[in-house]
Design a protein around this ligand. Sequence first.
Ligand code: 8YV
Length: 315
Amino acid sequence: MSETPLLICGDAFNPEERDRLSSAWPSAFVSGPAGMADLDLGLRSGIKAIAFKGHKPFGGDEMDLFPRLGVIANYGVGYDAIDVAAASTRSIGVTNTPDVLSDDVADLAVALMVAQARTMIRGHAHVASGRWAQEGEMPLSRKVSGSTVGIVGLGRIGREIADRLAAFKCEIHYNSRSEKETPGWTWHGDVVSLATAVDFLVIALVGGPATKGYVTREAIQALGPRGVVINISRGSTIDEGALLDALESGAIAGAGLDVYENEPNIDPRFLKLANVVLQPHQGSGTVETRRAMAELQLANISAFLEGKPLVTPVN
Ligand code: 8YV
């Protein structure tokens, strides 16, 4: 049997992250779950932990390739790529990297709101192209402070977004399964009621089958012509076709998006829109936070391989 306990899985790992893992534990590498079946049986039989990064599906069939597998440590708070139920039935632990990225993702959500409403991308082009000197001022933009905001999903990240927007003097509404203890924010039992009440709808849901298409066509319509959708969660949480229809027709005012259904090959309809600010799924993508995520992932792997309790288990 091989003496290699760790498999690093995902071409999204950068060299520093791979080095950190492989300096801690003897390891092998595979670019994604699809390549696991091609690994040598001797190597597979020794693997006890998998460090996972990326969004390609990792299911029970792949888990069965590793008879001694005890933990899958995900790099990221969202673990929708991993079939957690399949892991649980096989007594495989799954871990993620919560909390350490909430500030960055919340910062980006607020930045998307401000950039969209204050037409900052257009403003940059106006200056950089020299048009400012030739044509003078741009058309006026739209105020963010004091606006009415609806947060879909008041978990760790949703809460950070709401706290920031409360400091922007926004009126905070939210939708979650049950009412939470808040400083007087307004709870809505469904997303259509939430969308009807607000101008900015900020999606901060977890991904996965339970939230697929949660923000429906009806909810998008309910936002109305001043409505702006911000999504920093997963592309799957909103009806993307309905969002594109509403953006194209002017049924809503715009969107600020960090996530899409088909990343990185996003629907080309997005590229023709003038009322959107688009980011390449970089919510947690700062040097500081990615390092903290990598360290937490390694802490979970080391805990497992040393027979200690997992640091941030999800099952
Ligand atoms: C990704 C994320 O994990 O944490 C999450 O759920 O979506 C991101 O931080 C990161 O892009 C690595 O794939």
